[in-house]
Design a binder for this molecule. Structure first.
Ligand code: SER
Length: 314
């Protein structure tokens, strides 16, 4: 039976991953942790991932066999405070890996399209390619991928990871990411039928609907290790889109929806350094990765779900 400790459980991924894991493995089998207090339906502990003693003590207390380490700063926040990003993203990861090594736990942490840089091939970016990111977040992600592979090679820790595209969801908002516009646009479409995008028209990035992202984590963690040629971290992909593609998909449901642009140079520079689209063949071949949502299916579901969760307007 799995017993999973999730860090960053109140974040964009964690909020939904904990619910999904609990429905699959049982409420008490999933220990949600976050630096922020929460009223949780299952086991919850406050955990600052940069504190190694606290990390060990929570993992031991619940006798977990798996760590899913999600706590991290996203790209734009990391750019505004690079030293803090290093401390949290790398310090937290190192503590999570040490706990996993010493307690012999299975380990997952996400990498990102941010692990690529301006010199990476931009279209159908291959699994194994040039990775010279120009952001602190990207530097953290590449170092993290290498560190996770190192812990596997050197200590036999069962480390696994995916490179997430921009994730789109309606439960918890992302915070401080470059791809956040692709979430905001849906809320604004419903609120005021218009959206001002901080990312320029024609800027393609890879995106994915949260249900596909959560399923990818579970499928990778349950996959047969003998079949894994790669580990940290797999390209996965669903939707390659620019702001105008989201606008067009939304207009099918809200015909009056309008988009305009007020480009934020910091986030635009980050976006320009990332791939347009990703080749996920290795994930498909090695553990059967599959995405179910394209932009049309995701848009329909996002708009319905946000409407359901917001009080009806008079
Ligand atoms: N969504 C993330 C960001 O924009 C990328 O991993 O920072």
């Amino acid at each position: 039976m799995k017993k999973i400790l999730v860090t960053g459980a109140r974040g964009q991924i964690g909020s939904e991953l904990v619910t999904k894991l609990r429905s699959q493995y049982g409420t008490d089998q999933v220990i949600a942790t976050d630096i922020r207090e929460a009223n949780d339906e299952g086991p919850f502990e406050v955990l600052d991932v940069t504190n190694p003693e606290q990390f060990f003590s929570v993992a031991k207390k619940y006798e977990v066999d798996t760590v899913m380490h999600l706590a991290a700063l996203l790209s734009a926040t990391a750019e505004s405070n690079p030293k803090r990003a290093w401390d949290i993203n790398m310090g937290g990861l190192m503590n999570a890996l040490e706990v996993s090594r010493e307690l012999e736990l299975q380990f997952f942490t996400p990498s990102s399209i941010g692990a690529f840089g301006p010199t990476t091939p931009k279209d159908q970016t291959p699994q194994d390619t040039l990775q010279r990111p120009t952001t602190m977040y990207g530097v953290n992600k590449v170092a993290g991928e290498l560190l996770c592979d190192y812990y596997h090679e050197r200590f036999g820790v069962d480390t696994r990871g995916v490179r997430f595209p921009g994730l789109i969801s309606y439960v918890a908002p992302p915070g401080g990411g470059t791809t956040d516009y692709a979430v905001e646009i849906y809320y604004e479409a419903l609120k005021q039928q218009k959206y001002t995008s901080y990312i320029a028209e024609g800027t393609y990035m890879d995106m994915m609907y949260m249900p596909d992202a959560l399923q990818a984590i579970i499928d990778l963690m349950e996959s047969d290790p003998a079949k894994l040629v790669h580990r940290n971290a797999f390209n996965i992909a669903a939707i390659s889109a620019a702001p105008e593609d989201f606008a067009a998909a939304i207009q099918k449901h809200i015909p009056d929806f309008q988009i305009d642009y007020e480009v934020d140079p910091v986030r635009q520079k980050i976006a320009d350094s990332w791939p347009n689209s990703i080749d996920a063949t290795a994930a498909t071949v090695e553990w059967g990765f599959k995405a179910n949502y394209d932009i049309a299916a995701m848009t329909k579901d996002m708009l319905e779900k946000i409407k359901q969760s917001e009080p009806a307007k008079s």
